[in-house]
Design a protein around this ligand. Structure first.
Ligand code: FES
Length: 580
């Protein structure tokens, strides 16, 4: 089965700008020609945008201009006219208060740029965490033919003979310092070994997860997710992507043809199999909202249950993306899902072929990296969605990164009112806390701390770490880096800042976590909870102006993807009118 192609040739969207002899047509063409473009490039061929998140402030995407050149080669070869343009780049490692606060801004930028310009199709150049969902969201809202190509992960980090996984090693080493197991000098030495090539995080963090989600959804060519940034095959992938988008325009193969509900189901199951980031939950819900697919947290729990995590990558396992690529990459994982009856085989990808056709011949070259099911890191790898009186709309946990002995747990809450309160008290040996307690942090949800920062994996108190304890149950309305690990319950919804029950938890309350039965329970009488909520007032002030005010007014809860209420759905490609 292949995609049903449209009739060709037909009049393209760009023809409205370039395809005539009127004053306006001449105006549009003539100004473009100041770039040295020959006249025959405006002969009705597809005009393809290259939507680039390149930025030196987004180090993970700093090599994307080179890839854009490769994409251009492919577009020219296939008979298209490439035009590269920048959009807001959400660099995870630098942006404050959080890159996530700007995901929706970038998505708006992409959407408006695609609609307002004479584009027939677009190549989305993505890499660092939020750049991928932002561009998919924007493209989905316009729904012109679109294909993504990722920048690819960094090479493995190595420090004194050991792999250094982006982010994962940072969290571990900072805990080792608090536990007195590592010196600051060694930490600084390790810094030099962490990021040794262009590319995105080399762990199965959010960037690698979202590259995998893009491939599983069918929005990138098969094999795109894992090729290292500096491998020549990454350039080949960009080149082939450029060729392919021209044909997609001719076939009128759009995001809404590809990102169907069955495609999202494939992506959710793939996330369980790779031990992917919890951030994928929020991003896929938001993308689905843009393309008009009804996807819910319950879908995540239902589809992810009993998916074994077979990709042995940090933070859940031991290897890194470089080895995942050498082992065969994501096609091997998707093939495994297909063989296990866990894949909607007939979903169409950007290639115009089915996902099954793309992966059925994939081979696993390293069974230590892509594990057989009987050796899976966990047999229950899908994201668990917990509900109860502490999270009526749901909270999420990544089982592959959690400690099995803590998945069923009852403990005394130690509450931090916000991230500043946590930072102020966590290192105090007088803090009344031990490893049986449940650490709770409030006011880090979408509105509570604009953009919902990745602080949910609160570091443990030093006095607990010094006992050799590595994990405790932690609960918050924050997110967690895809590179992080632990028994960390995230995204509790509704968030504390809007009066979710998390807001009224007090130190000394008891909390019950029951992951097998998907329960998150605050062991306080309902009347007492109601009484506390009646007395509650939000500590979070509305921003005075600017984008922060827009964000605060319109961002939705994590349980529906934290998109803006007015951006849900697709608004199409029609431009209301031309001003010229
Ligand atoms: Fe950019 Fe991890 S910080 S991919």
């Amino acid at each position: 089965m292949t995609f049903q192609k449209a009739d060709w040739p037909r009049k393209l969207r760009s023809h409205e700008w370039y395809g005539g002899t009127s004053r306006d047509h001449i105006y549009h063409r003539s100004w473009m020609k100041n770039q040295g473009l020959p006249a025959d490039l405006f002969d009705g061929r597809p005009v393809i945008g290259i939507c680039n998140t390149w930025s030196e402030l987004t180090p993970c995407n700093a090599h994307l201009r080179d890839l854009a050149q490769r994409v251009k080669h492919g577009i020219y070869e296939a008979g298209g006219l490439p035009v590269e343009f920048p959009v807001f780049s959400t660099g995870e490692s630098s942006l404050r208060p959080s890159a996530m606060m700007y995901r929706n801004l970038a998505a708006m930028d992409v959407e408006e740029a695609l609609r307002a310009n004479p584009l027939d199709g677009v190549v989305l150049l993505v890499g660092c965490d939020k750049t991928t969902p932002a561009l998919l969201m924007g493209a989905a809202s316009v729904d012109i033919p679109a294909i993504a190509v990722s920048g690819g992960p960094m090479l493995n980090g190595w420090f004194r003979g050991n792999r250094v996984g982006s982010g994962t090693a940072l969290w571990q080493m900072s805990e080792d310092i608090k536990a007195g197991k590592m010196s600051t000098e060694d930490f600084l030495d390790a810094e030099q070994a962490m990021s040794r090539s262009p590319g995105s995080c080399n762990t199965m963090g959010t960037a690698s997860t979202m590259a995998s989600m893009t491939e599983a959804l069918g929005m990138a060519l098969s094999g795109n997710a894992a090729i290292p940034a500096v491998d020549s095959r990454r350039r080949v992938m960009a080149h082939l992507t450029g060729r392919r988008i021209v044909q997609m325009v001719k076939d009128d193969l759009k995001p809404s043809d590809i990102m169907t509900k069955p495609a999202f189901e494939n992506a959710i199951r793939t996330n369980g199999a790779i031990g992917g980031s919890t951030n994928a939950v929020i991003h896929l819900l938001a993308i689905a909202g843009r393309v008009g697919v009804d996807l819910t947290l319950d879908d995540w729990d239902r589809l992810g249950r009993d998916i074994p995590t077979i990709v042995n990558l940090m933070p859940s396992g031991q290897y890194l993306m470089e080895e995942f690529f050498y082992a065969g990459g994501l096609p091997v994982v998707i093939k495994h899902l297909g063989e296990a009856g866990l894949l909607n085989r007939d979903t169409i990808t950007v290639s115009g072929e089915t996902v099954w056709d793309e992966v059925k011949d994939a081979r696993n070259w390293n069974a230590d990296v892509i594990l057989p099911v009987e050796k899976a890191l966990t047999q229950h790898g899908g994201i668990a969605v917990l509900k109860g009186n502490l999270a009526p709309n749901g909270a999420v946990l990544k089982p592959s990164a959690a400690s099995p002995h803590l998945l069923t747990h009852r403990g005394r809450a130690v509450v931090f009112e916000d991230i500043d309160d946590y930072k102020a008290r966590i290192n105090d040996d007088a803090l009344d806390i031990d490893e049986t307690c449940v650490m709770v942090m409030k006011n880090c949800g979408p509105k509570g701390y604009p953009g919902m920062p990745e602080v949910g994996n609160m570091g443990l108190p030093p006095k607990v770490l010094k006992k050799g304890i590595k994990d405790m149950v932690r609960i918050s309305d924050a997110r967690m880096s895809g590179t992080a690990y632990g028994t960390v319950i995230l995204h509790t919804s509704p968030e504390a800042a809007v009066g979710g029950p998390l807001a009224i938890v007090r130190t000394g309350d008891f909390i019950e976590v029951d992951v097998p039965n998907r329960k998150l329970h605050l062991d306080v009488p309902e009347a007492e909870i109601a009484d506390r909520l009646a007395q509650w007032a939000s500590p979070v002030e509305e921003p005075a102006g600017g984008y922060a005010k827009l964000f605060h007014a319109h961002v939705q809860g994590a349980d529906t993807g934290a998109d803006f209420d007015f951006l849900k759905g697709h608004r199409g490609k029609a431009v209301p009118r031309d001003s010229h």
